[in-house]
Design a protein around this ligand. Structure first.
Ligand SMILES: *Cc1c(COP(=O)(O)O)cnc(C)c1O
Length: 494
């Protein structure tokens, strides 16, 4: 089976069976068939390669629907008694297409958007405005207008500037004879940042999103001419209550991404609920809703341990129940916004191997000797998965077109771009006989991969194939060379 390499990071164990798939990283209907080939819903990777080419995003529609339902059902059940259930907004920025927007609606979820373009996708899919949310820290006037024209269920307002802008646009619409009220939530930063296994809680917020719940510093308050006792969050609530054209639904927070432990969500929920209570009392109002954001983690590698949706839902419901009890208030209707946790594991990227080489790298434990590291180049890279470059994200990979009994070899899967940082999977054990023409599958690429794709080096962006009921079809076709030249005005000249 090969030997563990000292070049491997401490977390990466030598797998007992290189042909085995780590189930949490894959769609539920991905498996090796009797011939050892990877198949999704019975459709083999060689068939997918034949019909659609590589690189290719391969998404299990059945798995997407199952995960969407699982989130909705788990949260609904945990919160039913407390507040009548939960609204689950799929965070479209993770991956969105017209078909996916339709699946979201059919499975009883709502859709979060954060741009005019995402609203356009939702609109083309025929989604009613009432089940849409609009996010963003710098929405344009046109985007706000479009959202109000569509009758979106909520605009999540990120700043006092924006609150005033939304109110002004709502009033203009009223003057034009349209509905003149914007349903608004206020995005607050509760001072909790969660990332994977850790979270940090801070009093002050140093990031672009949201309204801080911390009081202003004396200098800041003097400069802005505001009451230093009042946080930006409280000023925003005061303004929202006073402004014509604003209907304040409640408070919102989103504390981070790829979170595994519930404690960060719990602290944020407590902070938000106590502020929610204070604001209801101060203004004698009822805020009917509260949004606790997304960020639920998935398994990119075998060491990631996501919790089932039901477990997160129950932990959160317990905290919300307790906090509402302590405050003596009714529970607002809760909503959440998972993106990655619904779409991430539904998809793998299929690549073809082109070239290999093995280099000698210095042994981190003994600088007097070197150890082999194998590079395996595939036909995509940072243009279809920017996350390793952007976030140092780890992935795993599996030989997909066949099983292999060859010993394990520590490998680095790299792309074809003119960039040495163009890494797809930094460290993974692959069979030593992986060779040109083999297919590699990288799981967990459903979220923030296609969405972040680029045309670097004039590579055509891969398309997305959905597999359901044993058949595969494009939901977004791959780009062609024509697509690449379409907007080049010089190309149109004779
Ligand atoms: C990105 C984002 C989400 C979704 O995050 P995931 O990590 O994909 O679950 C939800 N809400 C807001 C406001 C976001 O910005």
């Amino acid at each position: 089976m090969g030997a563990a390499s000292p070049l491997a990071p401490a977390w990466l164990a030598l797998p007992e069976d290189l042909n085995a798939l780590h189930a949490p990283s894959w769609a539920h209907d991905v498996a090796r068939n009797d011939g050892g080939e990877l198949a999704v819903g019975g459709v083999t990777v060689s068939e997918l390669k034949e019909r659609f080419g590589t690189p290719l995003f391969v998404m299990s529609e059945d798995d997407f629907r199952a995960r969407a339902r699982a989130f909705r059902d788990a949260f609904d059940e945990a919160f039913r008694e407390l507040c009548g259930g939960v609204d689950v907004y799929y965070a479209g920025k993770a991956f969105l297409s017209v078909e996916v927007a339709r699946w979201v609606r059919e499975e009883g979820l709502r859709l979060d958007t954060c741009s005019g373009g995402e609203l356009a996708v939702a609109q083309r899919a025929g989604l009613p405005g009432a089940i849409l949310g609009l996010h963003g820290n710098n929405k344009s006037v046109a985007e706000i207008r479009r959202a109000l024209d569509l009758g979106v269920g909520r605009i999540v307002v990120d700043s006092i500037d924006e609150l005033e802008r939304v109110a002004r646009i709502a009033q203009e619409r009223r003057a034009e004879g349209e509905a003149g009220v914007a349903k608004v939530m206020l995005r607050l930063t509760p001072g909790v940042h969660a990332h994977t296994h850790e979270f940090i809680a801070t009093a002050h917020e140093d990031q672009k999103f949201g309204l801080s719940m911390a009081p202003f510093t004396a200098e800041d308050a003097a400069e802005r001419g505001v009451d230093p006792e009042l946080s930006a969050a409280e000023q925003a609530v005061d303004a929202a209550v006073a402004l014509e054209g604003i209907e304040l639904l409640g408070l919102h927070c989103h504390i981070g991404s790829q979170i595994f432990e519930p404690d960060g969500f719990e602290i944020a929920a407590r902070k938000l609920l106590s502020f929610h209570d204070a604001m209801q009392r101060k203004h004698g109002i009822t805020l009917p809703e509260m949004d606790l954001g997304g960020g639920h983690g998935i398994a990119y590698t075998p060491v990631d341990t996501p919790r089932p949706a039901a477990e997160i839902a129950q932990a959160l419901a317990a905290v919300v129940r307790e906090a509402c009890g302590e405050l003596g208030i009714g529970c607002p209707r809760i909503s959440i916004e998972p993106g990655r946790a619904i779409v991430g594991s539904t998809t793998f990227t299929l690549y073809e191997v082109g070239t290999r080489k093995t280099v000698q790298a210095e042994d981190p434990q003994d600088s007097s000797r070197t150890l082999p590291r194998r590079y395996v180049s595939v036909d995509g890279g940072m243009s279809d998965n920017a996350r390793p470059v952007l976030y140092d994200a780890d992935y795993s990979a599996a030989l997909a077109n066949r099983a292999s009994d060859a010993p394990a070899q520590l490998s680095r899967v790299v792309g074809k771009h003119c960039e040495s940082g163009d890494i797809v999977v930094k460290d993974v054990y692959l069979p030593s006989d992986v060779r040109a023409g083999d297919l590699l599958a990288v799981p967990g690429t459903g979220a923030y991969c296609w969405a972040l794709a680029s045309n670097y080096n004039y590579l055509a962006r891969p398309g997305v194939v959905a597999v359901s009921g044993g058949s595969a079809r494009w939901i977004i076709r791959g780009e062609t060379e024509e697509d690449l030249l379409n907007r080049d005005m010089g190309a149109a000249q004779p």
